[in-house]
Design a protein around this ligand. Structure first.
Ligand code: FEO
Length: 404
């Protein structure tokens, strides 16, 4: 792989992780990922972000194809999570930069993460401008999008926005630009990334998008730190519009039924719930949590407006994969969902009620009574599940109408 030209004097110098399947140890990345870093060559040579600790050699090789690493004057750290700063100590040692820029919040955390003794760290304020010769770089804080230290860097003369985690996708390909990739695959990767990482910060996303509009910043290129780069007006409009839609979280007419069965009774109830959704014309997806990762559910929720949970009761509780799913979903704070619960049991049967309470604590509109089946689900319990699916479908239609 070679450095890739974005604009004269601006190159991608990052690394592609084709085999990454476990992104940050909480989300699956079936298409791999990339750690994008960028080099700006002006009177000052500037490295924008670095890469995860496995990819030091690739970063140095790409930089070296353009300039001796020791010629780097400035390093910009838009965000100090390990995937963008994991090699920072080695890069600082190699390049001996004149200055390392981070946000004011980054200044608070950089010395906690690294031994920064002797490092020339400079905190930049929101809106501060840095002249590097013929170019000026403006730093814009994007606190909690998705860390307190997060910021983006904008090169005014080239109209390039280095957006760090914002607008990223877990995609690994030898291509670097969105217009070299299939849009449906890109959209799916964007939704997966957004819903599993950025979702809780949606209010910040909307605020940031409004700010970009207010500032009237012209943008030729959006260069995120993960995945493909947006360089055509159509693709830039696409990603900005998509992010607004993701952040608004308007409910869609589709349901996710996530379940975990022990001996098959809860699964048969899930099928019946699906039939009820179908009766009302609402499409759905069934996800067996014994065969799917929690991040797959959040991915599907991006196109849905209902989350229905089913679990057998084991030791007076929901099964462990459903419990893990509820923890994952709760932390991501999805909005505007309708929900319900069901499940089979042998003895006590607490799981359906516990799941309904957990959904309610996530501000999901829980409809219908939790449906329980004692041992195998008989005809009347399956009928109750079918009615539960139909009840969710009707409530979802009303909700979708309210947001239209
Ligand atoms: Fe928050 Fe890509 O790191």
């Amino acid at each position: 792989m070679q450095p890739v030209l974005l604009k004269p004097g601006i190159h991608w110098v990052g690394a592609v992780d084709f085999n990454l399947r476990n992104f940050h140890h909480y989300s699956r990345s079936p298409e791999g990922s990339t750690y994008n870093a960028y080099l700006i060559q002006d009177d000052k040579t500037v490295l924008v972000d670095t890469v995860s600790h496995h990819y030091f050699d690739e970063l140095v090789t790409h930089i070296s194809a353009l300039v001796e690493p020791q010629k780097i004057d400035y390093i910009i750290c838009n965000h100090l999570e390990q995937d963008h700063a994991g090699v920072l100590p080695r890069i600082v040692e190699l390049c001996k930069p004149e200055k390392i820029f981070c946000s004011t919040m980054g200044l608070k955390s950089i010395s906690r993460q690294f031994n920064t003794e002797g490092w020339p760290v400079v905190a930049v304020k929101d809106g501060e401008r840095l002249n590097i010769g013929k170019r000026n770089i403006t730093f814009l804080e994007t606190r909690m999008l998705h860390w307190p230290d997060s910021m983006v860097s904008y090169v005014e003369e080239d109209r390039v926005l280095f957006s760090n985690d914002a607008f990223g996708q877990n995609v690994a390909t030898s291509r670097r630009f969105v217009d070299e990739y299939e849009r449906p695959l890109l959209l799916r990767a964007m939704k997966d990334y957004y819903n599993n990482i950025v979702l809780p910060y949606s209010p910040m996303v909307l605020k940031t998008l409004d700010r970009v509009v207010q500032l009237g910043i012209p943008i030729d290129i959006i260069a995120p730190d993960h995945g493909l780069i947006f360089r055509t007006p159509d693709d830039i409009k696409f990603v900005l519009d998509s992010y607004r839609a993701f952040a608004e979280q308007k409910p869609k007419l589709r349901a996710v039924v996530a379940y975990e069965s022990m001996w098959g009774a809860t699964e048969s109830m899930a099928f019946a719930v699906g039939d009820g959704l179908d009766d009302e014309g609402v499409p759905y997806v069934l996800i067996d949590m014994q065969h799917n990762h929690v991040s797959a559910v959040m991915n599907e929720l991006a196109d849905s407006g209902a989350l229905i949970l089913g679990s057998a009761t084991r030791n007076n509780m929901p099964m462990v994969n459903i419990a893990a799913l509820m923890a994952h979903v709760k932390g991501l704070k999805p909005q505007n969902l309708v929900g319900a619960s069901f499940g089979a049991h042998g003895w006590s049967g607490e799981a359906p009620r516990m799941m309904a309470e957990e959904l309610a604590s996530m501000k999901v509109d829980v409809v219908g009574e939790p449906v329980r089946a004692h041992f195998g689900a008989k005809a009347e319990e399956l009928a109750a599940c079918r009615e539960l699916g139909a009840t969710v479908a009707r409530a979802l239609k009303e909700k979708v109408k309210a947001f239209a």
